[in-house]
Design a protein. Structure first.
Length: 344
């Protein structure tokens, strides 16, 4: 994690990954790449991946943080960026024009412009509180100030469903929901302006590790009975979500949990738009998936990013360049993932 820790970003900042041993055929184009927040799993992946693409292909990229996935999808569909963090849930909502896209009639048509490259686990939902807050379970959150994700975000929808399943609490009536971006939400929790913070994180996650260096923390578990609640069943109907556990001692001595934490995990991925060059996306896919050791050296959890796992829970067509790579590797490709361009 040495190189990753050296790169600090704020929500509105741009990080230009440039220079390095560029190959002779490298383009002068700077690719635009968006992620959720400076401490998110997709940001860790983005930095590692852009370093690889710089060193191996001479590609340059600008990373913008603090952008909700639902907005990234629209930006990419309009070709206002080249690389985005995708999510199976967002694909489902956008394709069907529902949930946060219900008031965007053009969403299903825009969705047809999106293409996938690979999937990986975003991580488990961490609902964290300070151990000295007196909050030991979800029902103790009544009357508290809680960050559940940015307004209109797909992760926020899942977090709300989890809290509802466990407690029945409603924002405004039973608790105050902080409607800010990812970076501001974490800062609010660190400053104790929020009593609880929920977000999907890698196992382990650097941001939670940092919290545990500032004080004693506790992660709140989803009660077993909550798994039978309608809101959880609804959440689990969306592709890319599974029940998982966070180890009780994952974050060391300052994690005040006596049992493993039951929660949900979600899948995300790297996507682009159909207008991107087949050769560029072929090389991007090949470079990322054939340099797993370099990814794992930056963060242990990235060891799972391999060709044989990269189509897990994917529910939208591949880019034709990525499709070509997986075919060459002999990876089984479901029909729904075959790009329309490859069927012509």
């Amino acid at each position: 994690m040495k190189k990753l820790k050296a790169i600090a970003l704020s929500g509105a900042m741009l990080a230009t990954i440039a220079g390095g041993s560029a190959v002779a055929s490298a383009s002068d184009q700077v690719y635009r790449w968006q992620t959720m927040s400076q401490s998110s799993t997709d940001m860790v992946f983005a930095i590692a991946a852009t370093e690889l693409l710089r060193d191996k292909l001479g590609h340059k990229a600008q990373i913008t943080t603090g952008r909700p996935l639902v907005r990234q999808a629209v930006d990419a569909a309009k070709e206002n960026l080249e690389f985005l963090t995708t999510a199976s849930s967002v694909n489902h909502f956008m394709r069907n024009g529902i949930n946060m896209y219900a008031k965007m009639p053009e969403a299903p048509e825009l969705f047809k412009n999106l293409r996938m490259i690979l999937n990986y686990p975003l991580g488990a939902y961490h609902l964290v509180v300070w151990a000295d807050s007196g909050i030991t379970e979800m029902k103790d959150l009544k009357g508290k100030r809680i960050f559940l994700g940015p307004p209109g975000g797909a992760a926020t929808v899942t977090a709300v469903q989890m809290l509802d399943a466990a407690t029945g609490f409603k924002a405004g009536a039973d608790f105050t929901q902080l409607n800010v971006d990812w970076n501001s939400g974490m800062q609010a929790f660190q400053d104790r302006q929020a009593d609880a913070h929920m977000s999907p994180k890698a196992l382990p996650d650097p941001a939670i590790v940092q919290l545990a260096t500032l004080g004693k923390i506790r992660l709140l578990s989803l009660p077993e009975a909550a798994l039978d609640a309608d809101s959880i069943k609804k959440a689990m109907q969306i592709p890319g979500r599974v029940v998982t556990e966070i180890p009780k001692d994952l974050y060391g001595a300052n994690q005040m949990n006596e049992e493993n934490i039951r929660t949900l995990q979600t899948m995300v991925g790297l996507g682009t738009h159909k207008g991107m060059s087949e050769e560029v996306i072929y090389n991007v896919t090949k470079t990322i998936l054939e340099n797993n050791a370099a990814l794992k050296a930056e963060a242990q959890w990235m060891g799972v990013i391999k060709a044989e796992n990269a189509l897990a829970e994917m529910n939208a067509p591949l880019h034709v360049g990525a499709y070509r790579y997986y075919k060459e590797r002999g990876v089984a490709i479901r029909d729904e993932l075959v790009p329309p361009e490859a069927k012509m």
